[in-house]
Ligand binder design. Structure first.
Ligand SMILES: NC(=O)c1ccc[n+]([C@@H]2O[C@H](COP(=O)([O-])OP(=O)(O)OC[C@H]3O[C@@H](n4cnc5c(N)ncnc54)[C@H](OP(=O)(O)O)[C@@H]3O)[C@@H](O)[C@H]2O)c1
Length: 299
């Protein structure tokens, strides 16, 4: 297939591109800067210049492809107070690209998230929280919309990612947690919250399987660890940085971890049993605790 990939230069995209190429696909990646375009060329991909707001560019690139993997997200906007704006742009981009594939039966794979899927229990691929007024739920609404677009003759699927897609070079939530812990002089957790986790390379392999095999309207979970106790994350970080491990009340967590505090307090265990069974996907990468103990976040 010739696959159009948005976010191809990002943390997960830069692992998905080589997986696609190794599987014999051609890749055209969206790039909004010279640096991203160069990185894509170096990886062996074609470049489509444009941004998530260039809906005509996205439509054209999707129409010229045999399938789309949509990974780009305006994290810069989202994490500076513009989450609703970022998820609105994500939805418009997804609708434009999936719309360009209508009636073709070609695949459209949307990256989405697992945080807060089913607090207090282990969420599954069959769970779908009702969209609420929270800006975070804009992404849930987008995922629902993308699955509904299966009715228009697009083989849509949603691949939900754990809040930590970890590995060497990760600058995501765990890296932010380590930096905030250093600054606070403690490694905090909030009660018994759990996070699912997956290694980046395992997530990348699942994107390829979703593109190749996911039936229209599927939800997949890229989960290796169902629920790592955040206390264990704090203990590993505390040990490597020689910081005390502290069970924090939510208001104490907010003082030390600001925007990250509600995320580390959200109990979000999730399974991938249906995904593993349907796609014969078995994660093999190091676990989150392996990566922490190996010092991949404390260098
Ligand atoms: N990493 C995780 O742990 C995690 C967890 C849950 C869900 N997810 C989701 O998985 C997807 C990929 O995440 P990631 O960690 O790979 O993100 P990332 O490293 O921040 O990469 C984001 C990608 O989107 C591109 N992008 C951002 N704004 C854009 C714009 N306005 N126009 C065009 N491209 C734009 C970036 O391009 P540049 O290279 O030019 O900046 C980059 O390629 C996202 O939907 C994310 O929310 C990730």
């Amino acid at each position: 297939m010739r696959v159009f990939v948005t976010g191809a230069s990002g943390w997960i995209g830069s692992a998905v591109v080589p997986e696609l190429l190794a599987a014999g696909h051609g890749v055209a990646g969206l790039a909004r800067s010279d640096a991203s375009a160069q990185a894509l060329q170096d990886a062996g991909a074609e470049v489509v210049r444009g941004t998530l707001d260039d809906l005509d560019t996205l439509r054209g690139a999707a129409a010229a492809s045999d399938g789309v993997v949509h990974l780009a997200f305006k994290h810069d906007v989202a994490f500076s107070g513009g989450f609703a704006e970022a998820s609105g742009a994500d939805r418009a981009a997804a609708e434009a690209m999936a719309g360009a594939l209508a009636g073709t039966g070609r695949p459209f794979v949307l990256a989405s998230g697992l945080l807060g899927l089913a607090p207090g229990r282990v969420g599954t691929e069959r769970d779908f929280p009702e969209p609420s007024g929270s800006p975070m739920h804009g992404r849930v609404a987008t995922a629902r919309r993308v699955l509904d677009l299966a009715e228009t003759g697009v083989r849509t699927s949603v691949l939900r990612l754990p809040p930590t897609v970890h590995g060497a070079g990760d600058n995501g939530f765990i890296a932010a947690y380590v930096a905030a812990s250093r600054a606070a002089g403690l490694a905090g957790h909030v009660g018994d919250a759990r996070w699912p986790a997956v290694h980046r390379d395992d997530a990348a392999r699942l994107f390829v399987l979703a593109l190749e095999k996911a039936p229209a309207g599927s939800v997949l979970h890229a989960v290796q660890d169902e629920g790592v106790q955040f206390r264990e994350v704090a203990e590993a970080v505390g040990k490597s940085l020689e910081l005390p491990v502290v069970d924090l009340a939510p208001e104490e967590a907010a003082a030390h971890y600001t925007w990250l505090a509600p995320l580390i307090a959200t109990d979000s265990a999730a399974s991938s049993a249906f995904t593993r069974a349907e796609f014969s996907w078995e994660p093999t990468g190091p676990t989150l605790l392996d990566d922490l103990v190996a010092g991949r976040y404390s260098g």
